[in-house]
Design a protein around this ligand. Structure first.
Ligand code: PGA
Length: 267
């Protein structure tokens, strides 16, 4: 039985995702420029899922830049309630209305700077799925946790609580991003072997929550200083299904290069 599960887990082809998380960068004018160059160069690829996550203020204009392409739009955050007195917040329905298909949930900056808890993140995951948005659930350990040998424990807690009562996802609706906090924006990257070890452990955790076929279809992205120089080796790993890219997504040239690297792996 275990062998069969491993076989299903290993044989399922997963389309790589290259997602750009622009964070709090770009005015809507800058965003249109950046999205236009990405669109011209990689907008028609079909074997890689390219996702752009601009700030809220640029979503509508970026949506019109990419409307005839295969690029998908994502938001960086949202609020799990459907509507109401939540000053400053944005709902899933508002994002869908702007043609968003993805939303980043539980990014480490939101966990640490805005005190988002695993329970709140779980509410968002469920609200995203209910609202027809594909959540990209971010997990990952701090340097202190890694040095204290707590990486797996931390990730297991983030996955376990984050995905409470999320049984009926069909597979590619849910995306996980493993982002070691010490590698985000620091220029330090996990080695391909370090990342693969955690990605493989995450897939096993998913296997304990979902049917094996579903766990096999969920894409697990790596994030944390992924660049064209280190991407080929990271993307060679069997459980690394793409990247969530911060810094290198702000320049069309490096982002497009990352998409091309993923494309080479797919052909
Ligand atoms: P980075 O950011 O690529 O700049 O390290 C990744 C992220 O925060 O998603």
């Amino acid at each position: 039985m275990e062998q069969l599960v491993d076989q299903i887990m290993n044989n399922s082809p997963r389309k790589l995702i290259i997602a750009g998380n622009w964070k709090m960068n770009t005015t809507s004018t800058d965003a249109v420029e950046l999205a236009s160059v990405v669109n011209q160069e990689v907008g028609l690829l079909t074997d890689v899922s390219v996702v752009l996550c601009p700030p809220f203020t640029a979503l509508e204009r970026v949506a019109s830049v990419i409307e005839d392409s295969n690029i998908r739009l994502g938001a960086q955050n949202f609020h799990p309630e459907a509507s109401g007195a939540y000053t400053g917040e944005i709902s899933a329905a508002m994002l869908r209305h702007l043609f968003c298909s993805f939303v980043i949930v539980g990014h480490s900056e939101r966990r640490s700077l805005f005190r988002e808890s695993d329970d709140f993140i779980n509410q968002k995951i469920r609200a995203a799925l209910d609202g027809y948005l594909k959540p990209i659930l971010c997990v990952g350990e701090t340097l202190e946790e890694r040095e204290g040998d707590k990486t797996l424990q931390v990730v297991e807690q983030q996955i376990g609580v984050g995905l409470t009562q999320v049984k009926d996802v069909v597979g590619d609706e849910l995306v996980i991003a493993y982002e070691p906090v010490w590698a985000i924006g620091t220029g330090k990257t996990a080695t391909p072997e370090m990342a693969q070890e955690i990605h493989c452990a995450i897939r096993k955790m998913l296997g304990a929550i979902f049917e094996p076929g579903v766990a096999a279809r969920i894409r697990i992205l790596y994030g944390g200083s992924m660049r064209p120089e280190n991407a080929p080796d990271l993307l060679d790993q069997p459980d690394i299904d793409g990247g969530l890219i911060g810094g290198a997504s702000l320049e069309a040239r490096s982002f497009n290069r990352l998409v091309q690297i993923a494309h080479q792996k797919a052909v």
